[in-house]
Write a protein that binds this ligand. Structure first.
Ligand SMILES: Cc1cc2nc3c(=O)[nH]c(=O)nc-3n(C[C@H](O)[C@H](O)[C@H](O)COP(=O)(O)OP(=O)(O)OC[C@H]3O[C@@H](n4cnc5c(N)ncnc54)[C@H](O)[C@@H]3O)c2cc1C
Length: 400
């Protein structure tokens, strides 16, 4: 196998698309394999944090995203019982980042932008309806088994990047464990064109809302408002996705006197899992293939993008200089798995605990803490540096 054979990237989600574009922009031959016949368009992550925007800017992607997305420079923690609002102003981190805001944009908008950019590079190929079903480390490379419209094929590559999502065939085939846990309850996400900003006073575009009965997240994407709720464990998917159930939940949020128009509805299991390693010889993982977490704080996809940049930079160095890949992948594993993932897992678990308590004293204490933090510029900046993932990216790069 030649070291100039294309790198194979399995999965054209946010992480895989970015690895492929980074390699293409450095003239490294790359094949991006996607099991679907086109890029999926579904309701998933919608928040891009400042470090992700900075990284995507180096590839020329951020500018195209800004043209489509919604800049959110303030976000809120609201208590529905007391109507108290803690508002965090991202202008406080303007001296730390070129992009002091969250960009609200559906993740599929970003993958479509990257797919169009990849088409401009002769050294990049994107193959749809190509599902990786197995892989094997062999001498100087990896044999990748792919189900294609023409039947099963075996491809050779110097490196296989597994960005094939939470159920990653690459991870399973490489025999890498995926420990952690799954929450009992599922999360329901519904989008609607109803203008919540006209009925909730001073509503920001991103709002974490506590409530005596049910917490929720209300946020605007580029097109619609989106509401996320936890559901009762044991309730059937049919019930949770039914029109009556969804209308009742929206009515509890705000009774507008008539039925809501619903855009999308999605129900999904929520996990906290990290793979036991991020690589095995020449097979290396990034994104949901090696870490998944609850969506509170919007850290999953962003963490995957941070993996993608860290890894792609290493692949370029390895391929251009011919240096040994093992120390590079070992450091990638230390920087991204041990430190960054610990950060993401801890913050998302903590975010969920903060939201879900129905105990009045705990809710009061939480809201008081958030309001005091938001009111003090020094504390608010420290809070934003953590929540915007700036600290975690900087700290991970310090790990040798
Ligand atoms: C239903 C749902 C809702 C979510 N909502 C939120 C949210 O509100 N906020 C948030 O922050 N995060 C959310 N997430 C998480 C977020 O979407 C992920 O963190 C992010 O998509 C991870 O990007 P990725 O590129 O690692 O993987 P993915 O986006 O999962 O991409 C993997 C890609 O690989 C392809 N693929 C899979 N298997 C193969 C194979 N064997 N061969 C070839 N291709 C393959 C898939 O079709 C897909 O295109 C949600 C996730 C889900 C599942």
């Amino acid at each position: 196998m030649s070291s100039t054979d294309p790198v194979i990237v399995a999965g054209a989600g946010p992480a895989g698309s970015v690895v492929a574009l980074y390699l293409a922009q450095h003239n490294i031959p790359v094949i991006l394999l996607e099991k679907h016949e086109s890029l999926p368009i579904d309701l998933r992550a919608s928040t891009f944090h400042p470090p992700s925007l900075e990284m995507l800017h180096t590839l020329g992607v951020t500018e195209r995203m800004l043209a489509k997305g919604l800049k959110v420079d303030k976000y809120q923690y609201r208590d529905r019982r007391t109507d108290e609002v803690a508002e965090f102003d991202m202008a406080l981190i303007a001296d730390e980042t070129t992009f002091p805001f969250r960009l609200q944009l559906e993740q599929y908008e970003m993958t479509h932008i990257v797919r169009d950019m990849l088409a401009e590079y002769d050294c990049a190929q994107v193959l749809f309806s190509h599902q990786v079903v197995g892989c094997k480390n062999v001498k100087d490379g990896v044999e990748v088994t792919v189900e294609t419209p023409e039947g099963i094929k075996t491809l050779q590559t110097p490196f296989l990047v597994g960005t094939d999502g939470a159920s990653s065939n690459v991870r399973k085939s490489a025999g890498i464990g995926f420990g952690g846990f799954t929450y009992d309850e599922k999360f329901l996400v519904v989008s609607t064109p109803f203008p919540f900003e006209t009925v909730f006073e001073n509503l920001s575009y991103v709002n974490y809302v506590s409530d005596p009965d049910e917490w929720c997240v209300i946020l605007r994407t580029d097109k619609l408002w989106r509401v996320l709720w936890p559901t009762q464990p044991g309730d059937s998917d049919d019930l949770l996705l039914s029109e009556d159930y969804i209308q009742a939940r929206l009515k509890h949020l705000y009774d507008k006197g008539s039925a809501y128009e619903i855009g999308h509805r999605t129900l999904y299991n929520v996990h906290q899992r990290v793979s036991e390693t991020y690589f095995k010889e020449r097979v290396v993982l990034a994104g949901d293939a090696c870490h998944i977490n609850n969506p509170l704080g919007g850290m999953g996809m962003n963490g995957g993008l941070h993996d993608a940049f860290n890894l792609a930079e290493r692949l370029v160095r390895i391929i251009e200089s011919g240096c040994d890949y093992a120390p590079e992948f070992e450091q990638y594993d230390r920087q991204r798995r041990e430190l960054a993932v610990k950060f993401v897992q801890n913050h998302t678990i903590e975010n969920k605990k903060l939201m879900e308590s129905t105990d009045k004293d705990i809710q009061d204490k939480r809201q008081k803490m958030l309001m005091e933090t938001a009111a003090d510029p020094v504390q608010a900046k420290a809070f934003l540096m953590e929540r915007a993932m700036i600290n975690c990216v900087r700290e991970s790069l310090q790990v040798s």
